[in-house]
Design a protein around this ligand. Sequence first.
Ligand code: GH3
Ligand code: MG
Ligand code: MG
Ligand code: MG
Length: 312
Amino acid sequence: MNHDLNLPLPGLAPDAPPPRLLLVDDQPANIHALHQAFLGSGWQMLMATQGAQAVALCRERRPDLVLLDLFLADLDGYAVCAQLKADPATRDIPVIFVTAYEDAQCEMRALEAGAVDFIVKPFHPGVVRARVRLHLSLKLQADQLRHQALVDGLTGVYNRRHFDERFQQEWRRAQREGSTLALLLADADHFKRFNDRHGHQAGDECLRRVAQQLHAGLRRPADLIARWGGEEFACILPCTTAEGALYLARALEEGVRALAIAHPDAPHGVMTISLGLAAASPKPGHDGVELFKRADAQLYRAKSLGRARACA
Ligand code: GH3
Ligand code: MG
Ligand code: MG
Ligand code: MG
């Protein structure tokens, strides 16, 4: 029995789906042998007999790790590995070579191409499993760290750092494509009073709910929300006019109000947000500072007009 497969895998969250491996070899018998080594693991196995097919599967299905033969009918393993490492979408997938060539030159080339390990056939299934578990666990832990670097710990939406990065990307894209980009700033109303009355912990819980409501209220996959600061959130809406953004902003305001989080010290008796927005078709040589100033001025206007509203 493969008792080692029942050991917990460091880095694998309890509610995470089982790891997914891609087995690549031009000989079906070799794929079968690798598959046998993981029998009973509950892990998901993808298979490919050609290099191009392996690259395509990596892009579409994002396996957690690839076991890659060196000599394939079309691309060789080095080329497959190099292609995976050259693409930001697949470069973080660890690649382990599995080959009959016990040769230092081959091994060096494989590592230079970006492989994390090199296993010689015929292999011992227990050794393959141990090496796969090691690299898988390192990869999962790296994934977690990458995720934590992007996300705000309290609310689960993106953090300011990631927002700034994405804003620059979207701004440049809008410049290239001549499209319109909208920016939306949202701020919880009388949040200090909420904390004062209900306590900081209830304040935190309220922020979490508001953030999740805003996140759920976005309409398009390209829309992005982040926690901008304390009780403030910012959204990037690519390819969106001021009119479209105002429509969305009003829906977001209604969504938060409908949560009906009791807030006796606010005008409506429930937690509300104020929003300010602006849109621009960025010209070459211009940065986004002006857009932020305009959105912020509109937020200020929403506050002074009585809060719980969106202004453009
Ligand atoms: P306004 O309607 O004008 O925006 O009033 P406000 O009270 O929301 O604005 P103000 O800027 O005076 O206060 C913001 C408050 O948000 C104060 C701060 O303690 C609270 N806050 C900021 N971050 C957090 C957080 O992470 N958790 C909790 N519980 N409170 C926070
Ligand atoms: Mg082969
Ligand atoms: Mg504020
Ligand atoms: Mg506020």
